[in-house]
Design a protein around this ligand. Sequence first.
Ligand SMILES: Cc1cc2nc3c(=O)[nH]c(=O)nc-3n(C[C@H](O)[C@H](O)[C@H](O)COP(=O)(O)O)c2cc1C
Length: 162
Amino acid sequence: MNQKIIPSPDQERAFRNALGSFATGVTVITSKADIGHVGITANSFSSVSLDPALVLWSVAKGSVRHASFTTGAPFAIHVMARSQDSIATGFAENGLSFENVEFLENPEGIRVIPGCLAVFECTTEALHDAGDHTIVVGRVQRFSHQPGEPLLFAQGKYGRFI
Ligand SMILES: Cc1cc2nc3c(=O)[nH]c(=O)nc-3n(C[C@H](O)[C@H](O)[C@H](O)COP(=O)(O)O)c2cc1C
């Protein structure tokens, strides 16, 4: 039987706050689905393996974008620079919000945003069911990176080093 550790809304809030004390970078992940080109802001990104080159992120099952990111299609993970907070805000609000965003298309037809600190262009290696999220494991096929100040996220807010 599934035992609930978080029985009340107060405890759920406390759990979210506790998780939010872990500072992360911010990524925007782009892919192509039936509805067209899609993007999502995600801080669940993590490196997994050097050989083979694997990374992961997780997408909420409650998101209207869940179906678009779990088709097994290729995707691109962008590590956002400090100056790109408006792009992150845009893709947190709307998955189709490429309107004010510059992009190129990679050979797989996935939109790649220039000016990010790093881009990992991936094929889907595996999808793992994980509670109210799906963990997406990507095999990195191509990557690029450049120096710069990262956009950070902690305690529900964007921020920066020093
Ligand atoms: C900093 C930040 C990190 C986020 N990380 C994730 C994530 O890792 N996975 C996820 O599914 N949603 C994440 N979200 C939420 C999505 O970006 C987006 O707001 C959500 O999918 C909106 O709901 P909808 O897809 O139903 O429109 C994050 C949002 C922010 C602002």
